[in-house]
Design a protein around this ligand. Structure first.
Ligand SMILES: N[C@@H](CCC(=O)N[C@@H](CS)C(=O)NCC(=O)O)C(=O)O
Length: 286
């Protein structure tokens, strides 16, 4: 017990310890530097990164485009959070919370800033009239699972993923605590998917698009290299659902946009037209 951390009376920010994130995050909000955001030709401008939270939005946009909705065309610009792009004056003006994804929608003429991934999903689903039931139990169920994802995934990402995969020092207490919570969440989702084809029933909704990038990627082995550690193959209903979603062209396209990591072929750092993704997919190894 002698080397145990004893919190000081007053917490002081110290950015010389920890991993790369220690130098980026600060205990205050706001811009660190002046820089405008780039603006493309479409009415929808997305500023994001291909992390699970970013993938939610690009999967929805690509699913909308797959339905033939041309008004969902968009420009997607890379916000490299490892380089501090989320703290530029331009990004902070769109999202004062300095986290991707953020979107500017000018489809109605007047620009509206949209941030928080679930808010973006609801905004786009309502605007285009797809993937969110308009009334009744199906709408409430979709919201139940959408909000479940928003409340649960930070324990998987910021909790389990941070301590298991990112923290330099592997600490037993937080890894145990968050592995237990991650498995509990997987069990909750598995039971829901045992009774339903998609998360909120027999139709795909924005709840699937919010949950797949975290829990689908986790069981498919695309997140934290934790498939064995968490014994994800035991969640057979999530496996079935994740494999089904992974085959959708909208998901395959959406998951590689604004990537600054992963395989070289999948790094579509910016997206301005369907061609940007087509070119990357053509390079995908068979
Ligand atoms: N609740 C937010 C979470 C977004 C979020 O955590 N984004 C991360 C990347 S996945 C981020 O931008 N981190 C940058 C930082 O913390 O400085 C949402 O759903 O949009």
């Amino acid at each position: 017990m002698s080397n145990q951390y004893v919190p000081p009376k007053i917490w002081i920010h110290n950015n010389d310890g920890g991993n790369k994130w220690a130098n980026i995050n600060r205990p205050v909000s706001g811009a660190t530097h002046e820089k405008e955001l780039p603006v493309g030709e479409h009415a929808i401008q997305l500023y994001s990164l291909g992390t699970p939270n970013g993938q939610k939005v690009t999967i929805l946009l690509e699913e909308l485009l797959a339905l033939g909705i041309k008004e969902a065309e968009y420009d997607a610009y890379l916000i490299n959070i490892g380089e501090g792009d989320q703290f530029s004056s331009g990004f902070v003006a769109v999202n004062p919370n300095s986290k991707i994804p953020a979107l500017v929608d000018k489809t109605t003429g007047e620009a509206v800033n949209v941030f928080e991934s679930a808010s973006i999903l609801v905004h786009l689903a309502e605007k285009f009239g797809h993937f969110l039931p308009t009334s009744g139990n199906a709408r409430t169920t979709t919201f139940n699972w959408l909000f479940w994802a928003q409340g649960s995934a930070p324990f998987l990402g910021g909790g389990f993923g941070h301590f298991y995969a990112y923290a330099d020092e592997k600490l037993e207490y937080p890894i145990n605590r968050f592995a237990m919570e991650a498995k509990r969440q997987l069990d909750v989702l598995d039971k829901q998917l045992a009774k339903n084809t998609y998360v909120a029933g027999d139709q795909i909704t924005i709840a699937d698009m919010a949950i797949f990038p975290w829990y689908g990627n986790l069981v498919l082995g695309n997140l934290y290299d934790a498939a064995e550690f968490l014994q994800v193959e035991n969640y057979t209903h999530i496996m079935r659902w994740a494999n089904m979603l992974e085959k959708r062209p909208g998901v395959q396209r959406g998951r590689i946009i604004n990537r600054a990591f992963g395989e070289e072929w999948e790094q579509v750092s910016e997206r301005h037209s369907a061609e940007d993704i087509d070119k990357a997919l053509a390079k995908k190894p068979k």
